[in-house]
Design a protein around this ligand. Structure first.
Ligand code: AR6
Length: 209
């Protein structure tokens, strides 16, 4: 049971969503890949991906400026409720590279995939885990017959993955997926939260194609 305070908070969030503007800075490359600058919670795509920890229940520091907090704040409390049920049924933490789906609720997007990126330790396994985050999300979106998916830069915030290395994995995994396996996806968007990250992705895409 949720207190009045929770519902009041939820209402404030909804009001702030209605007053928010949509993103303008977006580049579509003609290979199905796009990059954009800004807040992923503003995107209207079939699914946005969340960068989570292995508990999958949101960030435990309410004021932390992570994508997990942004997504939970704007999507609403039903996301955490659904994840609690999923994780209760599963009975153990989520492994790196895997993901679970919830609806998008108050977000413009239909679904959210909650994936667990690796905490960077400069190990070979980190690259495998990060690749799996992208690969498993793409595969799940494709299997669900979705056409558009937006990713944040997974693990490159507090999980410490260097953006140069992480962007190479993100773009190569997307490129490979589109070339070899894709059935339904039409648009893969990488949403970057800073100028610097955006430039890294732009350079990396030009290098990959
Ligand atoms: N839209 C798009 N990107 C964002 C947004 C946003 N609204 N907010 C932040 N970013 P991080 P991680 C960028 O730390 O490294 C949480 O506590 C951010 O600038 O969010 O995978 C989870 O619960 C950075 O470039 O995720 C986990 O415990 C990128 O998103 C942990 O953080 C990822 O940074 C996961 O760490």
């Amino acid at each position: 049971d949720l207190s009045d305070e929770y519902y009041e908070k939820e209402e404030k969030v909804l009001k702030s969503i209605l007053s928010r503007k949509t993103i303008i800075d977006i580049i579509d490359f003609d290979n199905g890949i796009s990059i954009a600058k800004g807040d992923i919670t503003l995107f209207k795509v079939d699914v946005i991906v969340n960068a989570c920890n292995s508990k999958l229940l949101g960030c435990f520091q309410p004021l932390h400026k992570c994508v997990d907090n942004a997504i939970h704040s704007f999507a609403g409390l039903k996301v955490r409720r659904d994840l609690m049920e999923i994780m209760d049924n599963q009975g153990h933490d989520e492994a790196n590279g895997l993901c679970k789906v919830t609806k998008g609720y108050n977000l413009p997007s239909k679904y959210i995939f909650h994936t667990v990126g690796p905490i960077y330790n400069n190990l070979k396994q980190d690259a495998i885990d990060l690749r799996n985050c992208y690969y498993n999300s793409l595969k799940m979106a494709d299997d669900m017959k979705l056409e558009s998916i937006a990713f944040p830069s997974i693990s490159t915030g507090i999980f410490g993955y260097p953006i140069e290395k992480a962007s190479e994995i993100a773009i190569n995994t997307a490129k490979e997926y589109l070339e070899k396996e894709n059935k339904n996806l039409k648009r893969i968007v990488f949403v970057l939260f800073s100028e610097g990250d955006y430039s890294v992705y732009e350079r990396r895409i030009n290098k990959a194609y």
